[in-house]
Design a protein around this ligand. Structure first.
Ligand code: UFG
Length: 325
């Protein structure tokens, strides 16, 4: 079974490539290395290319003949998407259309899409289930919601095309074997910032807002280990290979931690104290974002292995101090 992975040299994509390789899939990574790294691709071939180049894609599809495509390649920084919406729409939407068109040309009909909890915006009900309205509050979330609508329409068009869209909550942690992990410049995500602060790379950690309507006043998120997330893609792929119909699933554990709880856990796991300061709220942060994860557990039989904040932080920390993080 051959799987083409776009963005396979990036943070989540590289964990996916590793898991696919370990499970015996043949894998090819297509990545422009704008934020990814060649060393992160542990299995299969890496083709350095951009999704803007349809001819290059055609070449790769013609040679590799994938059975399915997993599409991770996208821009992911919310504040940047506010400043540079065209950049985000071009890469996340237009380039996805390029990929879907080439898939259609080559008769590849199974697609797994990296969507985001950002499609929900500020949900009315927590935990948020897949049936909640798509109501993104920033261009990044809009690009993911737009692609989801394109996929729905394509899947309803009568053509041979089935997809699974996975809505990621807060992905964190690193390969427990320490071979790969998060490696982008200027990270903004909480767990990465916190472990880098523990390491001494940043002088202090800012908590963005302590006056939210939550028990300790800080935002609550559903942190999911990157390997459990990769495993969700495997069960989704198996579902499509067995003839499953197009569908959308949340990827989270179904419970959350506050920013203060995360910071405490980082201090405990790393054994390092560091300076933490209270800062104003960051724009666009929903107070609580927790997945209703029943659907993926019940319909796809997904069984996460690392639902443990301490383990998530431990793997992120080990990568930071021993790996290339
Ligand atoms: N936070 C801090 N200090 C920091 C970094 C983050 O207090 O230095 C807080 C944020 O304000 C937020 C929480 O920690 O309350 C988590 O923030 P992250 O930046 O780690 O993650 P987000 O919840 O903002 O982002 C995630 C995904 C995005 C997605 C978004 C949807 O990473 O891709 O959820 O809300 F768009």
């Amino acid at each position: 079974m051959r799987v083409l992975v776009t963005g396979g040299a990036g943070y989540i994509g590289s964990h996916m490539v590793k898991l696919l390789g370990e499970r015996g899939y043949e894998v090819l990574t297509y990545d422009n290395l704008s934020t990814g790294h060649d060393w992160a691709v542990l299995y299969g071939r890496l083709v350095v290319g951009d999704l803007a180049y349809k001819d290059k894609l055609r070449e790769v599809f013609g040679e590799f003949k994938p059975d399915a495509v997993m599409h991770f390649a996208a821009y992911i920084v919310v504040p940047e998407s506010v400043r540079e919406p065209l950049k985000y729409y071009r890469n996340n939407v237009v380039n996805t259309i390029n990929l879907l068109e080439v898939m259609e040309e080559f008769g590849v009909d199974k697609f797994i899409f990296s969507s985001s909890a950002a499609v929900y915006g500020i949900p009315e009900k927590i935990p948020v289930s897949e049936g909640a309205p798509l109501n993104p509050i920033n261009p990044y979330g809009e690009t993911k919601a737009t692609v989801e609508r394109i996929l729905r329409d394509l899947s309803n068009s009568g053509k041979d095309f089935r997809y699974v869209s996975l809505r990621y909550f807060n992905v964190a942690g690193a390969d427990p074997e320490g071979k790969i992990g998060f490696a982008y410049p200027n990270p903004t995500h909480l767990i990465i910032r916190a472990v880098k602060t523990a390491k001494g790379e940043f002088e202090r950690l800012e908590i963005y807002g302590t006056d939210y309507p939550t028990p300790d006043g800080t935002c609550i998120r559903d942190y999911i280990h990157v390997v459990d997330l990769a495993d969700a893609h495997i069960v989704a792929l198996e579902y499509l290979l067995e003839g499953g119909q197009s569908d959308v699933f949340n990827c989270g554990y179904g419970h959350g931690y506050s920013v203060k709880e995360v910071v405490e856990t980082v201090k405990r796991v790393t054994g390092r104290d560091f300076k933490v300061v209270e800062a104003p709220r960051r724009e666009g942060d929903p107070p609580v974002l927790v997945a209703d994860s029943k659907k993926i557990r019940e319909r796809l039989g997904w069984e996460p292995k690392y639902d443990d904040l301490k383990f998530i932080v431990k793997t992120a920390w080990e990568w930071e101090v021993k790996g290339r993080g």
